[in-house]
Design a protein around this ligand. Structure first.
Ligand code: ADP
Ligand code: MG
Length: 429
């Protein structure tokens, strides 16, 4: 990896980017051939940044540059460039902790807010695959390894108190990105906000009921507080299926610019939420009954494996080598001590499960009533059909958030989802 701090910030469009890359010896060599012949395409389909794919005679790279504002909205919504630094820092950490599950870092320039990484090819954004009813047999195993290792090894279970606090400090400056989550996920969908939107008129009534639902407001406020005030581990912070690139055999997690020390259930809940949305969206997409059934069965099975696989791997890491300052071994001596500690590990996982269920619900609701929607639902062209899928997802999400304790196991979630598959909600209009 090369690093560079030189130069003032400027947006590097094609020609300037070509010159810049030609000036970094190892990138020039990796791309190969005459820089004038490199093919440069902007592929950013995300909400915030520029992403270029550059291909030369020998190889290709992906170049990501942060803009000083939110791309989706424009210059009226400024956002600090420092997020590129936090993304780079998180990617480096994740590469150490979960090797092979993130793109390799090739170069970073802090002043330009620019990171060059391995070109993922022929990988596609997982969400696009899910909309096409594709199944990814390796996904559950890979994502559970990613989450178990990145979360466990950055927590107090694995670190000394000093190391842990250094980690919190290193990411504490990323608060502008946290604030986006605090507003867009934990606040706006539950009140009148200019940027909210939903499938109108069909969900008008449901949107209004969310704004009047004080039990829901208590539940989302507790989750918001947990998000703000529980630095349990280094989170990816935006672990949805649009931040995961896949082939049949490979899984790569990208885009950790929302990284900070927060509650572990937020990352786990993000994965569960996005699979649940793929499940509910399935009924709205054109597919044969056979395709639909096979896909939905796979998604539900994957949801179960995501939790059970994560919990098993996390517990195995804890049992095998907990060197952290939390739960000192000396307080649990002998066989009785070990047994009591094991029971406490199970209780810890039960609390983490409840957090994940709550955060998953919050993630679902924001994608249906907030600013940023997802193509799982958006690509259902008939708005009535889309609203049906969305209303089913919201019904489950409300239960998960307000009656979290009634979901004791992940099977409770998948059984509830299956029951809602053909539920006919009352729509407005
Ligand atoms: P944003 O932060 O703006 O959401 P992302 O990091 O999600 O940006 O990247 C936007 C898009 O660029 C992704 O959806 C993907 O299509 C493409 N992309 C990002 N990183 C890579 C990579 N390493 N290899 C290939 N494509 C990539
Ligand atoms: Mg993105």
């Amino acid at each position: 990896m090369t690093g560079d701090r030189a130069g003032d910030y400027r947006i590097l469009h094609e020609a300037a980017l070509r010159d810049y890359l030609a000036g970094v010896a190892d990138l020039k060599a990796l791309l190969g051939g005459d820089p004038a012949s490199w093919a440069i395409t902007e592929v950013g389909d995300g909400n915030l940044n520029l992403v270029f794919i550059v291909k030369g005679a020998r190889g290709g790279i992906a170049v990501k540059q942060a803009l000083p504002y939110v791309r989706l909205v424009g210059e009226s919504w400024p956002l600090p460039l420092s997020r590129a630094h936090y993304e780079y820092l998180a990617l480096s950490r994740q590469a150490e902790l979960a090797p092979g599950l993130v793109p390799a870092l090739l170069h970073h320039n802090e002043k330009l807010a620019l990171t060059v990484m391995e070109l993922l090819e022929p990988h596609i954004i997982m969400r696009k695959g899910l909309v096409a009813a594709a199944q990814y047999p390796r996904f559950a195993d890979d994502i559970t390894t990613f989450m178990a290792r990145t979360l466990f090894f950055t927590s107090d279970l694995a670190l000394s108190a000093a190391e842990k606090k250094e980690g919190i400090a290193a990411f504490a400056g990323n608060h502008a990105l946290c604030k986006i989550t605090e507003d867009l996920i934990f606040t706006d969908p539950y009140r009148i906000a200019e940027q909210n939107r939903w499938t109108a008129p069909y969900l008008d009534g449901l949107a209004a009921s969310l704004r009047d639902d004080l039990e829901l407001h208590v539940a989302i406020s507790r989750l918001k507080l947990k998000f703000m005030a529980s630095p349990e581990a280094l989170l990816h912070g935006d672990l949805h299926t649009g931040s995961i690139m896949v082939t049949d055999g490979q899984t790569r997690v990208i885009d950790p610019e929302f990284a900070f020390y927060g509650p572990m259930g937020f990352d786990v809940g993000a994965v569960l939420a996005n699979l649940l949305m793929a499940y509910f969206a399935s009924a709205g997409h054109e597919r044969t009954l056979g395709e639909r059934q096979a896909f939905e069965a796979w998604v539900l099975e994957t949801i179960e494996k995501v939790w059970t696989g994560f919990a098993r791997k996390f517990l195995d890491l804890w049992r095998a080598g907990a060197e952290g300052d939390a739960y000192p071994r000396s307080l649990f001596p002998g066989e009785t001590g070990a047994a009591r500690l094991e029971a406490e590990r199970q209780a810890y996982m039960q609390r983490l499960f409840a957090d994940a269920i709550g955060f998953a619900a919050a993630k679902i609701i924001r994608r249906i009533f907030g600013l940023a929607h997802n193509i799982d639902f958006e690509l259902i062209e008939d708005p009535r059909k889309r609203a049906l899928s969305e209303a089913r997802a919201v019904r489950l999400a409300r239960a998960m958030m307000v009656e979290t304790g009634t979901f004791r196991t992940i099977a409770d979630v998948t059984v509830a989802a299956r029951k809602l598959r053909d539920w006919q909600p009352e729509l407005t209009g």
